[in-house]
Design a protein. Structure first.
Lengths: 304, 161
């Protein structure tokens, strides 16, 4: 039973060494917390530790990837034919819509030249796969499988087929972390598509709800209004759909109305998302741009 | 406690890697709120049984890895884990003598302490979170603890031979 005899290599846990070690580590943690909360001086430490987490993520992701591979390879011919015809129909519809869009874009450019405004330019997009989402319910963070090696940068916008998903907060070498717009810490500048009313959409910690806390009671906003990025914050390119207003409650005795909106993107269901390079940001290379779906026009945003 | 003399470090390290993977594995939203703190439980187990080898230093490093993996402030999990392990190591002799039920209650207390530190740091850092959501992992964690001790006990006994 005598502890000294059993594990004699190490010091006894009763010696002041344990308390001292704990105090030292606790102090170091608090120092880290303060520095990390104030600014980003610890990015190098984060990146170094992140590199060790990457293999774990790959392993954790393996069963899901394997399952998808099995489903893909065993899909019957009939299913594939059905899917093919469905996709063909969808493609036709999209093309038809694109034609109209091309005409509109030309018209827009013409009008803008007449107004001597800066011409809007196409953004470039690249598809990335989500490797994991944060298990912490208070932190809506996801990890994508593209990093600085692919030209990803901090602050880059993430979209899916339906709208804005979030932005990159930490670009690693092989993978990057993105913050979803539903994170309680996230806010983005939006405007009402109908009348150009500008405001801020703030995350709530729920995947299907954003709030617009800074709208006065007499603001011209109603249920069903589409919110799009205004591009004013500099982080997001302008003109991408963000959310649809689903409840407006005007409280006479309060200065601001209680407005909430449902994000257009299915934030907790997406598997593939797109990284956006605005024209001003350097796209990684032409090849990347070529294999990316030629994306929606929009941004005059700058890299933040 | 001479039964702990020869646990191979590989077993401990593998158990910690598995715990980390369980902590970052994607889960549906409703299950996420009740995900047990695998890493905390694993660290408590090894700190209780091998306090001289796996103590606050380990807890701190694993905590930093968790911080990066979860995208929280650097040092949040590190502080919470090293405090919990400090308490565990301080009382490890008593805890070894506890009957199973009492030990589970103790683990419940340790997990609650852990979540409280996380809650506290979130509050200070201005991350607003509903307090009730911290209890899910504490409950499932202390319920799963007896199973975990059986599993790790098996690992330990096999590793000894």
């Amino acid at each position: 039973m005598a502890p000294a005899q059993v594990e004699r290599r190490h010091r006894s846990p009763y010696s002041p060494a344990l308390g001292l070690r704990f105090l030292l580590l606790a102090g170091l943690s608090i120092l880290f917390l303060v520095i990390d909360h104030r600014n980003n001086h610890l990015d190098a430490v984060r990146k170094a530790i992140g590199a060790t987490v990457y293999p774990l993520r790959v392993v954790v992701d393996a069963p899901v990837s394997l399952w998808r591979w099995v489903v893909d390879t065993t899909a019957s011919r009939n299913e594939l034919r059905l899917e093919n015809s469905r996709l063909n129909v969808e493609r036709l519809l999209t093309r038809a819509r694109l034609q109209r869009y091309a005409a509109l874009e030309a018209e827009n450019t013409r009008l803008r030249t007449m107004l001597e405004a800066t011409a809007r330019v196409r953004d470039r997009a690249r598809v990335a796969e989500i490797m994991s989402v944060s298990s912490n319910p208070f932190r809506h963070v996801l990890v994508v499988d593209k990093g600085t090696r692919d030209g990803v940068f901090d602050g880059q916008a993430l979209i899916d087929a339906d709208g804005i998903v979030g932005q990159i907060i930490e670009a690693g070498v092989l993978s990057s972390q993105g913050l979803l717009i539903s994170d309680p810490d996230h806010a983005l500048p939006v405007e009402v598509n109908r009348n150009g009313l500008r405001t801020i959409a703030v995350g709530t910690g729920e995947f299907d709800r954003l709030v617009l806390p800074f709208l006065p009671n007499n603001a011209d906003i109603r249920e069903g209004d589409l919110l799009v990025t205004s591009g004013l914050g500099g982080a997001f390119p302008a003109g991408y759909p963000v959310a649809i207003v689903n409840s407006v409650i005007r409280i006479p005795q309060e200065p601001f109305a209680a407005v909430s909106a449902q994000p257009s993107a299915a934030l907790n269901q997406v598997r593939e998302i797109m990284l956006i390079w605005s024209a001003i940001d350097q796209a990684p290379d032409e090849a990347a741009a070529a294999d990316a779906p030629e994306s929606v026009a929009g941004g005059e945003a700058t890299d933040e | 406690m001479s039964r702990n003399r020869h646990v191979r470090p590989q077993s401990v390290i593998i158990s910690m890697i598995v715990a980390l993977m369980l902590a970052i594995a994607p889960m549906p939203g409703w299950a996420d709120a009740f995900r047990p703190d695998w890493v905390t439980l694993t660290l408590i187990y090894w700190a209780m049984n091998l306090p001289r080898s796996y103590s606050v230093g380990w807890a701190w490093i694993i905590g930093l890895i968790l911080d990066v993996a979860q995208g929280t402030l650097l040092g949040q999990y590190a502080l919470a884990l090293s405090l919990v392990i400090y308490v565990t190591v301080t009382f490890h002799l008593q805890m070894r003598q506890f009957p199973a039920l009492q030990l589970s209650v103790t683990v419940f207390g340790l997990l609650a302490l852990y979540q409280f530190i996380l809650f506290w740091i979130n509050g200070v850092a201005g991350v607003n979170t509903p307090a009730v959501s911290y209890w899910g992992p504490v409950l499932t964690g202390s319920l799963i603890w007896p199973l975990l001790t059986m599993l790790y006990g098996g690992v330990r006994d096999r590793a000894r031979n």
